[in-house]
Design a protein around this ligand. Sequence first.
Ligand SMILES: Nc1nc2c(ncn2[C@@H]2O[C@H](COP(=O)(O)OP(=O)(O)O)[C@@H](O)[C@H]2O)c(=O)[nH]1
Ligand SMILES: [Mg+2]
Ligand SMILES: [Zn+2]
Length: 335
Amino acid sequence: MSKRRISEQQKRRIELIHNQRRQRAQDTASQTTSDNLGPEQPGRVITQFGKTLIVEANNGELIHCTIRQNLGAVVSGDFIVWQPSRENSGVVVAVESRTSLLQKPGFGGKLKPMAANINQIVIVTSVVPEPNPYLIDRYLVAAENLPATPIILINKIDLLNDENKNTIETLKTLYTNLGYRVINASFVIDQGFSQLLQSLQNQTSIFVGLSGVGKSSLIKHLLPDMDIRIGELSAASGEGTHTTTHSTLYHLAQGGDLIDSPGVRDFGLWNMSAQDILQGFREIKPLAAQCRFSDCAHENEPDCALLHAVEEGKVRKQRFVNYKKMLAEYASIRS
Ligand SMILES: Nc1nc2c(ncn2[C@@H]2O[C@H](COP(=O)(O)OP(=O)(O)O)[C@@H](O)[C@H]2O)c(=O)[nH]1
Ligand SMILES: [Mg+2]
Ligand SMILES: [Zn+2]
């Protein structure tokens, strides 16, 4: 299926119309509309079934919505404007501007939008399998660039023993000292959940991390009604069982939203510029401009601010090594 081509001028016109629609939706006095649709009103996209969106109205009702042409991708987490058509059905007519958009490379390297307005990323690691600091640093880069606040969760803390205790404590100290929130958790010994729930309150969060670290277990613990919700969404879509390929937004009982889908959990990095990578190394960022040479490779150049900082213990060697490793990795992808 070929996408309808639109010119820049048309795009600007459409943008203008959307802005006007957004304006009208905010204006409660405007209750008359054309094309037999009800009044424009705000809502949030919960999930997608094929070409159908499930929108949550302000009163909590789930509305089965189609999308007006030329709106572009609309994904879970999007704040939208919709108009009722029939009972429990409607048309999405505008999308609010997003604070963030999580995308994933799809077929042919084209970026595929997955979820919008996420402002917090819970990086899930575990005692077993052992955390991979390079992977954590990659997720931190992704989070800082989304932008979203990262939280590092060390799961399966019940499996701490004399052999792995030092590694885990060193890791926790490293990231805590960088100013990140680090939470120890385990559903087996019921630890860390009140701290986690408190961090999730009033935020739109996702969980990321390698397979096996316990993301599904955590989510099940946080969302005991998940299956019931999926049932409600399926009923609202009228399309039978929910496929897990699309992201779904869930409300936490204690407040806050969680967007979940296997694709979102596995998201990584792509297309990162050197500047983006630097953005994810918060202690290195202010130093990078202080090297004597503006194109310093931080290898053995004189007056390299990074090498000095590592020597003085102001930047941890591991972070410095990961920073350079990531720069090299993405330089080779881009070239
Ligand atoms: N000991 C222990 N095992 C856990 C914990 N959380 C999850 N697991 C186990 O770790 C394995 C992987 O968990 P799962 O939730 O499927 O991980 P996911 O791949 O990240 O979704 C399963 O066998 C879980 O029972 C925990 O807190 N402690
Ligand atoms: Mg899982
Ligand atoms: Zn340098």
